[in-house]
Design a protein around this ligand. Sequence first.
Ligand SMILES: Cc1ncc(COP(=O)(O)O)c(C=O)c1O
Length: 427
Amino acid sequence: MSQYSAPVSTDAAYAAHLDARDPLAPFRDRFVIAYPDLVYLDGNSLGRLPAATLALADDLARRQWGDHLIRGWNDGWFDAPERIGAKIARLLGARPDEVIVADSTSVNLFKLVVAALRARDGRPRVLTDDLNFPSDIYVLRGALDLLDKGHRLDIVPSPDGVHGPEAALRAALDERTALLTLSHTAFKSGYVYDLAGLTAAAHAAGVLTLWDLSHSVGAIPVDVGAAGVDLAIGCTYKYLNGGPGAPAFLYIRRDLQDTLRNPIAGWMGQKSLFDFGLDYEPAAGLRRFLTGTPPIVSLSLVEPGVDLLLEAGMERVRAKSEAQSAYLIGLWEALLEPLGFTLNSPRAARRRGSHVSLGHAEGLRIDLALIDKMKVLPDFRAPDTIRLGIAPLYTTYRDIHAAVLALRTIVAERLYEQYSSEAPVVT
Ligand SMILES: Cc1ncc(COP(=O)(O)O)c(C=O)c1O
């Protein structure tokens, strides 16, 4: 038994007992649960549908668009990126005018990387790690290539594929470094960086910080204000339950906003957009980081999920997430470790996000059997990792218990052998 986890009972009755004592349990009823016996552990990829979102989608289509037509722009649509951004800001410890909803996470990353590097002209180095989301690395390389100023991207390796190389990153920060950019919570292992500590270390070397909060927002109480973070981005379709492909958000600390330039300037970020002047003059504040017309339907549908988290409170969400991931790790230790599953997430709760990754040499085939035979929906990340996502607003202890027993049965009875090791398009 590790020093971090208490022994847990493996009884189903114990899971039911924990659910009965869970103060957040009533929030599950605020979501559409189409199949009550489906164990959904993929809220870290695509959050469930809030019931309020269904009603809002109907209102958006029928009344706001169908009846109101173009008048909708003056009746809440135009301000929606800022209004919803201000609510997300409350989940992040940011001020209301420091977060705006726009574009995708990738596009926001591109805009902020280019803006940051222009603001640190003369410093040729960008630092990241190999736990970062690979697409973030592609975007970084694309941005550096386009700038064509001789920047170098240094990808510091994790010591074990699970924990971030925090000490090596600190040691690498110097006067030649322009930007440190990391996923606050790593997409595969769920490792959580020390946001305040690394940001302070970066600032001591004059380095700007850009954090990808996609796996943190709505899962962990982030405090970008206290940490003094410069820039951040994140998506809304995971723990915020905004819906597939919902637009992302970006954060810029207030004192930096008027000094940074959006490299994809467009009319939505123009100071007087209906003057239609040929010269671009950026709007004050964060609005200058908008580009084109916001996708009002999907943008509006982000709001109900954010409201649910604000109502629940991030401290309570995090307390349940920690308790549930510790419970899952306890069950892994008792029932799955003897069957060859490895824990590919940090043991220390303060370094762990809201998903737990389990490795197994037959990970992909086990994952396919889980979905097909056991009505458990996790996701899989190559080469061997099954991610079990805990979304405290709707994940139950019984879900976690059922998933672990299903994993045990699949391996103990070798049910995975019935599946091909060829991966489907989306895993
Ligand atoms: C950590 C992280 N960053 C970036 C992205 C890319 O986001 P998008 O596809 O919205 O650009 C994802 C997508 O899942 C992600 O998990």
